[in-house]
Design a protein around this ligand. Structure first.
Ligand code: FAD
Length: 361
């Protein structure tokens, strides 16, 4: 079976690994000239770890991921707000909660698939969908035909646009932007086995270790549009490491991401021989840190669907039946969190256990 995958992000490359190991003839196309690792770091939960292990990448993942034993929350004055012990999660849930560098993760996945097999510089511009195949056209004039085409081309998916037209992106009115950067872990003076967050009405910032002596900080400020707004919000938090952490961060290393999900009734993913996965299928607010996790679970589900039957249409139906309700449930949980203030909201580790782990298998 010839499978085309559009997009070499975390979703597309992990799907390629699963399907290639099943014996499919997989080709991955990426518009960028090389692997992209925007966004610095990720928090991945046991459901992500289980999916990555399920794809046969246990040793590779454990080698780059930093196990988090605690989630610590503090008030701006430095007083404790909460402490969640996650040290026993590998035994309890089959994988740890981790911090990981995006670059290390996408490099690990690309190496597992075969980085030299990814067709960089290939931007999909249009798709033709037939009963028994899909044809992909690229901006460089190339044309390729597949039995199945998977749109793993992210939140602004061209493939989705081809299938269902435009969607209405819904901004996060409470925290419009996420700011983030990588710094030296030692300079932050935080617990190297914890996610450490400081929370106030109107703004918050958290740090997680991501390996190789580095940490990833990320935060949001209500109503703050510029990096100066963001930085100045934390200047009075002098009982915390934050003013120092921000002061040692080179301004050009700071990434600003607008936060969106998609408004209205979720759309169907599979149309004929084309389907969607990852952010193309279910973009979500990052408040539960589940977007990449859900993309890995999609990859495992696709692999399992095609392992179950040789009937391509049936396999695509299996995949969408398995993943559509579960992923859209997580989209809704993430959206709910996004529109509330941080104070008084349950710690993310508690939300993960209550809203994700007990519901997802
Ligand atoms: C601020 C922020 C923080 C986050 N933190 C977390 C977290 O801690 N944990 C977590 O699990 N998730 C997190 N996420 C979500 C996570 O980043 C995404 O869900 C995940 O990266 C989606 O992977 P993907 O492969 O579906 O899409 P992407 O990573 O967006 O990859 C899509 C790929 O497709 C390529 N592409 C696009 N268009 C075309 C085209 N026409 N032709 C060819 N190629 C194309 C792109 O160049 C890109 O390489 C966060 C998101 C944000 C915004």
């Amino acid at each position: 079976m010839r499978v085309g995958i559009c997009g070499a992000g975390l979703g597309g490359v992990s799907a390629a690994i699963g399907l290639a190991r099943l014996g499919c003839d997989v080709e991955v196309f990426e518009k960028a000239p090389a692997l992209r690792a925007t966004g610095s770091g990720l928090n991945l939960w046991p459901n992500a770890g289980r999916a990555i292990y399920g794809l046969g990448l246990r040793d590779e993942f454990d080698a780059i991921a930093v196990k988090l034993d605690r989630y610590l929350g503090f008030a701006p004055e430095g007083g404790p707000l909460f402490e969640c012990d996650t040290s026993a999660w590998p035994e309890k849930y089959g994988a740890p909660s981790v911090g990981v560098s995006r670059l290390a993760l996408i490099t690990m996945l690309a190496d597992a698939y075969g980085a030299d097999r990814i067709r960089f510089g290939h931007e999909v511009v249009s798709v033709e969908n037939f009963d028994d195949r899909a044809v992909c056209h690229f901006s460089n004039g190339a044309r390729h035909e597949f039995d199945v085409l998977i749109g793993a081309d992210g939140i602004y998916s061209t493939i989705r646009e081809q299938l269902i037209g435009g969607v209405r992106f819904r901004p996060n009115n409470h925290h419009a932007y996420r700011w983030r950067a990588i710094v030296d872990l030692a300079e932050t003076d935080v617990d190297p086995a914890a996610q450490t967050g400081y929370y106030a009405q109107g703004g918050w910032l958290a740090v997680i270790p991501i390996g190789n002596g580095k940490a990833y900080w990320f935060g949001s400020v209500s109503g703050g549009d510029t990096v100066e707004d963001f930085m100045s919000f934390f200047q009075s938090w002098t009982n915390t490491h934050i003013p120092r952490t921000l002061s040692i961060t080179p301004p050009d290393a700071i990434i600003k991401s607008p936060l969106y999900d998609v408004e209205g009734t979720p759309y169907k993913w599979t149309h004929g021989r084309v389907t969607l996965m990852g952010d193309a299928a279910h973009p979500m607010m990052p408040d539960l840190a589940q977007g990449a996790s859900q993309a890995f679970i999609d990859s495992l589900s696709l692999r399992d669907a095609f392992a179950t039957t040789n009937d391509i249409d049936e396999a695509l139906l299996h995949y969408e039946t398995d993943r559509y309700p579960a992923a859209n449930y997580v989209v809704n949980c993430s959206r709910k969190g996004s529109f509330r203030g941080k104070n008084g909201v349950k710690p993310i580790a508690v939300r993960y256990e209550e809203e994700i782990e007990t519901v997802q298998t």
